[in-house]
Design a protein around this ligand. Structure first.
Ligand code: SF4
Length: 437
């Protein structure tokens, strides 16, 4: 057997880069995954799954699948995108930046709408960053310096299992040599979560009242007046938390969908960022969104380089427009404003409302995904591809916007293309149809 080291885990936005994998001598089979959490290890092991689909397929009238070639799949994809007036090209968060860049070239030629999974997770955070900027830092700084850590509306114990041990609670860094004993950890969540159970303070904010509590924390920093309770939290507790934060040397606020998708949405993040800025008058403070898919941050970066906006990019008029709510994938599907569906590296079939998923089912549609997912089940064409970060390398961005090059561990099944290779075929076919050199 051979040991492959320094592998990044292509599952969540923590992008752990210390994974080790034991592979067979011929380099074809993964035998053992070390250092990864249970969900990360499962992704590596899925590459070996005996029920893995290895060839593109078209759905037949009777609902059965018929195997086709990658060329035929690329021709079908190019045709439905070129025939459509407003094709939706959604997903992108579980593939490499290289594949994203190629796919966006296709979108520009066909006048598509490019949206990523931020539309249903940290889109409000991106909007808030446009409004007020963001004082942030890297996870390395958190590990080495942070002595006050807040998790607001997120539960890394389940969603980012190694985040706490590698960076935010238990890790030992240059100025945090005693690990969790060097830090005070606060969890703000209406529910008693597993992350809350290892925190020093659990603040049970009332559901949907995060804005009020964040605002009250800003007042408490200045020892200003507060009512007896705010969002279900007694004022003494709020003053205590404010003093605790001010007494720290380095505060980091991590936040998740508990704040981005509860009442207030982007305004919650506006004020969380304002609280972080206020804290910088007393100590050093930074704020980081807990990004979910391993390269959703990269998708925002690549869209930003190419079109100037991080999600919800509408190219249907020949230039980039950006208007979340109007040009976001779920809203477009709900209103029936798109006439073809292209999904890559995500699973709206699991996360979008029934009405949107039904639309994908009714439209000409293609799903590019190594796995059999609910989105695949409702699509007309399924293109299985090599697993990025396991069977092919590629660039990815961690949740703190640090770019990391992923490594290839084993070969993909014989004859299987990568996302980028398949998208090159689609791009060539679109250029042929459009008569573009
Ligand atoms: Fe992979 Fe995330 Fe688990 Fe790290 S925490 S091993 S990146 S799933």
């Amino acid at each position: 057997t051979k040991l492959v080291t320094d592998i990044i885990c292509p599952f969540c936005g923590t992008l752990c880069d210390d994974i080790e994998v034991e592979v067979s001598d011929d380099g074809k089979k993964i035998l053992k995954v070390m250092n990864a959490c249970a969900i990360g290890a499962e992704k590596f092991l899925h590459a070996q799954s005996p029920d893995r689909i290895v060839r593109p397929r078209m759905k037949q009238e009777d609902g059965s699948w018929k195997e086709i070639t990658y060329d035929e799949a690329a021709k079908y994809t190019a045709k439905i995108l070129c025939d459509a007036k407003k094709p939706l090209m959604y997903g992108w968060s579980s593939t490499s930046c290289e594949a994203q860049a190629t796919g966006h070239m296709v979108a520009e030629l066909v006048g598509g709408i490019v949206d990523n999974t931020a539309t249903v997770c940290h889109g409000p955070s991106l909007i808030a960053v446009h409004d007020v900027g963001i004082p942030s830092c890297t996870l390395g700084e958190v590990k080495n310096r942070a002595d006050r850590v807040i998790f607001w509306g997120c539960n890394p114990a389940h969603a980012h299992p190694r985040h706490m041990s590698r960076y935010s609670i238990f890790s030992r860094g240059f100025f945090t040599t005693r690990g969790s004993k060097s830090r005070k950890v606060i969890v703000v969540d209406p529910r008693p979560t597993d992350t809350a159970s290892v925190a020093d303070y659990h603040v049970q904010v009332e559901q949907g009242r995060d804005y009020e509590l964040l605002d009250a924390m800003r007042v408490a920093l200045q020892e200003g007046p507060l009512p007896e309770t705010v969002a279900g939290v007694p004022k003494e507790k709020i003053y205590e938390l404010a003093r605790l934060l001010k007494s720290g040397r380095f505060v980091t606020i991590f936040f998740g969908m508990g704040v981005t998708h509860s009442l207030g949405k982007n305004h919650n993040i506006d004020i969380a960022i304002a609280l972080t800025s206020d804290l910088n008058k007393y100590t050093k403070a930074a704020i980081i969104p807990m990004r979910g898919h391993y390269n959703v941050t990269g998708s925002g970066q690549v869209l930003g380089w190419q079109f100037g906006f991080p999600f919800c990019v509408d190219l249907s008029r020949g230039f980039a427009r950006y208007n979340p709510g109007e040009s976001s994938a779920n809203d477009l599907l709900m209103r029936g404003e798109v006439d073809a569906s292209f999904v890559i590296g995500s699973d709206p079939g699991s996360h979008f409302p029934f009405k949107s998923v039904k639309k994908i089912h009714d439209l000409p549609s293609v799903c590019i995904d190594p796995h059999m997912t609910p989105t695949v089940a409702v699509s007309k064409c399924h293109v299985p591809v090599a697993l990025v970060g396991i069977e092919i390398g590629g660039s990815c961005y961690r949740m703190d916007n640090v770019p990391i090059e992923s490594r290839k561990v084993v070969d993909p099944p014989a004859g299987m293309l990568t996302d980028a290779e398949f998208l090159e075929l689609v791009l060539a076919e679109v250029k042929r149809i459009k008569g573009v050199a």
